[in-house]
Design a protein. Structure first.
Length: 196
């Protein structure tokens, strides 16, 4: 009798591990299906943020949760705008690609510290967590919300000013749309009289 209970334990745990693995695979599959649809992903993210803000305005509470979400989204946005290898850190290892600092250097694509998909994924997760927090009354801390709004606007302006100065100093633009396009040039080395 004792042996039967002992044999049933690992099998049940194995079924649980298989179920968790299967749910994880399905979740990853749906994330992979969403990956190429950038516009629809961000449309859904902005819709979710709009629903969250609407919830805050209608309930007239949870300003601390909103402030924390705004600060987190600002940090994500700054990481999205920042290059992976910061040119301000003067490491001459030669380990990876660097941003060109002169006009005659080779074009190198901009590699972000936080890739676009991870940026979207973090925005979605944090917004959903913030929406869940608005269900619980313990997160509804009474606070004078105009002070939080002014502090967030000040923080946003200071942070973006520093980021824009960094972009100007190291001459990079974080928004590229594919490869650089070159103008067509006629091949002048061929003579119009000689056909090959």
């Amino acid at each position: 009798m004792m042996q039967d209970e002992h044999l049933g334990g690992p099998a049940r745990r194995n079924v649980f591990i298989q179920a968790v693995g299967r749910v994880s695979q399905l979740y990853q599959r749906y994330l992979d299906l969403w990956t190429p649809h950038v516009v629809s992903r961000w449309t859904f993210a902005f819709f979710l943020i709009f629903v969250f803000i609407l919830r805050i305005f209608l309930s007239k509470g949870w300003y601390i949760v909103t402030y924390a979400l705004g600060i987190y989204h600002l940090n994500l946005f700054i990481a999205f705008l920042t290059p992976k290898i910061d040119p301000a850190m003067d490491f001459d290892d030669g380990d990876g690609p660097e941003l060109p600092t002169r006009s005659n250097e080779e074009f190198r694509p901009f590699i972000r510290r936080l890739p676009e998909f991870k940026f979207w994924y973090s925005v979605m997760k944090s917004t959903i967590i913030a929406m869940i927090c608005t269900i619980f009354d313990c997160f509804n801390v009474p606070v004078y919300w105009p002070i939080l709004v002014m502090y967030f606007i000040t923080l946003f302006c200071i942070t973006m000013k520093r980021q824009i100065k960094h972009m100007i100093t190291y001459r990079y633009l974080p928004f590229t749309h594919g490869k650089p396009k070159y103008q067509k040039h006629e091949d002048t080395s061929r003579s119009p009289l000689v056909d090959v």
